[in-house]
Design a protein around this ligand. Structure first.
Ligand code: 13P
Ligand code: SF4
Length: 392
């Protein structure tokens, strides 16, 4: 019998076309770009030794940043771990490191490139480590939204604020239009800053962080917030709704945190009497309002560290961090808020084969997977990032 082999071909770009991670290229997305390297197999038992040897050979020339959602085997090689805000500050504070290896996702590496000098190179071990939330706001869509506001005569009284989890060109747009970047640990300060300058905020791209901060920290009503859908004309809103709004929330969300539900909170409370529910502000509003504590990954870590022995905690954030917290605090009962929520697939793209490959390439004098932002975009994005770093 004749065996017919076939090659899978990426469908042409349609609304439903999916690009397999690590195959081909999709420049309009943070994800789905080819990793050019010949990677060692994940089963290679010498990966840890190889990473350690390459890091030692590079010495002070390399500085490795690790986001809290990274895998254990990767995080052990980080010189500094942190949330998005801390990592942005750490990148800016390392002018002597020739190479910044970013174990995190694409938008974080872009921000590091913007905040470091031209002589420094920022490396993302796997280019497919993007962020689905960042992909939910494209520059052309945001420019269309801004034109809508300009046509209504309200762009001048609107301040754009973008979450760190956005591409460099969105940060550039915000910088060009007098706005600021924020992270989950300074969103309240960023919004207060913005409301001193305008009547309303266009908040990109995470509707949940925007809504939760506006309502729970600044005291706005849910009715003050409208949801702008970039796939509908005028965002699916009437001119009057846009004029009246104090918060225009972009219709974006995190694919991980968006999956926690109010039922997850109710279920864990009935199963574990006295449990404390601690969630990230990227969770839905009904989850955050049902929780006991809300904050960034750094806040989650410090809250658990300060908790008394014997206390019980259900944590609604990425699983790698929750697992590490559970191992680090065996005297406390630490559990994941929902049994069905998965790891962040793009954070998990950074694994030992990619880290070893990237470090060994540097040792060999080649710079792999360098992340660069074009100078014009970087100049404007830097204004919005510097404004964030200078927030009172
Ligand atoms: P923080 O590290 O700022 O809390 O953000 C969480 C996150 O989703 C990063 O992708
Ligand atoms: Fe993006 Fe959510 Fe993953 Fe963070 S956890 S990188 S916001 S998809």
């Amino acid at each position: 019998m004749e065996i017919v082999t076939s090659t899978w071909v990426e469908p042409s770009s349609t609304a439903t076309a999916l690009l397999l991670l690590g195959r081909g290229a999709d420049p309009s997305s943070e994800r789905g770009v080819d990793c050019p390297g010949a990677l060692p197999p994940p089963s290679d038992p010498s990966l840890v030794d190889r990473a350690a040897a390459a890091k030692a050979a590079l010495g002070d020339r390399v500085f490795i940043l690790g986001h809290h959602y990274q895998r254990d085997e990767v995080i052990q090689f980080a010189d500094v771990t942190g949330d998005s805000f801390k990592l942005a500050r750490e990148a800016a504070a390392r002018p002597d490191a020739e190479y910044i290896v970013f174990c995190g996702v694409h938008f974080m590496a872009e921000s590091a490139d913007i905040l470091t000098s031209d002589a420094q190179r920022v490396i993302l071990p796997d280019l497919a480590a993007g962020c689905s939330m960042a992909d939910m706001a494209a520059l052309s869509q945001v420019e269309t939204a801004w034109e809508t506001l300009a046509d209504l005569g309200i762009a001048d009284s609107t301040v754009p604020v973008t979450y760190m989890n956005s591409s460099a060109d969105i940060k550039g747009f915000v910088g060009r239009n007098g706005g600021v970047v924020c992270t989950s640990s300074n969103a309240e300060r960023a919004l207060r800053w913005a409301f001193e300058r305008g009547r309303r905020v266009l908040f990109l791209p995470d509707q949940h962080l925007g809504r939760n901060t506006a309502v729970l920290k600044l005291g706005f009503d849910l009715a003050d917030c409208v949801l702008y859908d970039p796939h509908k004309p005028g965002g699916g809103l009437t001119p009057q709704q846009l004029r009246d709004a104090r918060m225009i929330l972009w219709r974006g969300h995190c694919s991980v945190h968006g999956r926690f539900t109010r039922d997850s909170v109710d279920e864990v409370r009935s199963r574990v009497p006295g449990v404390n529910v601690l969630v990230h502000p990227e969770c839905r509003h009904e989850v955050v309002t049902a929780a006991d504590y809300v904050g960034s990954t750094e806040y989650i870590i410090s809250t658990i560290q300060a908790a008394p022995a014997g206390s019980a905690w259900a944590v609604g954030t990425e699983l790698n961090l929750v697992r590490r917290l559970a191992h680090a605090h065996p005297d406390k009962q630490i559990m994941f808020l929902d049994r069905t929520v998965c790891y962040c697939s793009t954070m998990n793209r950074i694994d030992m084969p990619h880290l070893v490959w990237a470090l060994e390439e540097l040792v060999a004098g080649r710079v792999p997977n360098q992340i660069t932002v074009d100078p014009e975009t970087a100049r404007h994005a830097r204004a919005a990032l510097d404004q964030m770093l200078a927030l009172p």
